[in-house]
Design a protein around this ligand. Structure first.
Ligand code: A4P
Ligand code: MG
Length: 203
């Protein structure tokens, strides 16, 4: 005969797991209850730039183990690192996330989002439907070329720092200092807020 188990009653056949064991298991998988903050920069200068940025935000939110916490205003920015006038202007934005994914998995996911928008990699700093860069992951510092953290050029780019500052005025970039101060040292020329446009935070 089965005895119906009623919620709220303790099941006498279940032995409680000692707290010390639970703690050990959780500590072994320290990502479990310990999401990390990461900062992701989005850039697009081909096709429907706003739609693509929104698609990237939505795709990030659809990632298991990742929650989008904030989405910045949209900026229209002059292409950086190329001949002036040689490429269309970018739309740039920054997304703050919390994630249990380790950095390498977050990069894989960022690259999958790029693939989903048919990004073609043919030239460095070439025009692209979407670029998804990891600006920072917790306080991790790494010079691995496959995933350099913080992003090696973020500190000198107003198109990253301005939207980041908008959503987190107290932010700092590990090893570089406060985002507000880094931004003050840069020209904002060619980095224009587009107050008429908005990215939605996924529900
Ligand atoms: N990689 C290393 N570290 C990272 C990181 N933190 N986040 C590796 C993302 N990827 C990272 O990137 C090349 C390799 O960088 C990847 O294989 C990855 O393992 P990519 O996206 O294939 O190529 P890319 O983006 O053309 O090169 P790069 O050097 O990453 O360019 P950036 O620095 O991302 O610059 N101007 C404006 N106004 N707005 C822009 O958004 N973006 C760029 C691209 C240039 N000019 C721009 C903008
Ligand atoms: Mg990139």
């Amino acid at each position: 005969m089965t005895v119906p188990f009623t919620a709220g009653q303790s099941d006498p056949t279940v032995q409680p797991v000692p707290t010390s064991v639970v703690e050990q298991v959780d500590a072994a998988d320290h990502t479990l209850s310990n999401p990390h903050r990461a900062v992701i920069s989005l850039g697009s200068n081909l096709g429907n730039r706003l739609e693509t940025l929104q698609g990237a935000v939505d795709a990030l939110e659809d990632t298991p183990g990742l929650r989008v916490k904030a989405v910045s205003p949209v900026y229209e920015t002059e292409p950086w690192g190329v001949e002036p006038g040689s490429q269309p202007a970018y739309f740039n934005a920054v997304v703050l996330v919390k994630t249990t994914l380790p950095p390498a998995s977050l990069l894989e996911r960022a690259q999958a989002v790029e693939e989903a928008f048919h990004r073609v990699r043919d030239e460095r700093w070439g025009p692209r439907t979407i670029d998804v860069d990891i600006v920072a992951y917790a306080d991790v510092v790494s010079d691995d070329p496959a995933l350099t953290l913080p992003h090696p050029r973020a500190h000198e780019r107003a198109f990253v720092l301005a939207p980041w500052h908008d959503v987190d005025p107290e932010a700092s970039l590990t090893g570089r200092g406060s985002v507000a101060e880094l931004l003050d040292a840069l020209t904002r020329e060619g980095v224009e807020p587009r107050a008429d446009l908005e990215l939605r935070l996924p529900e």
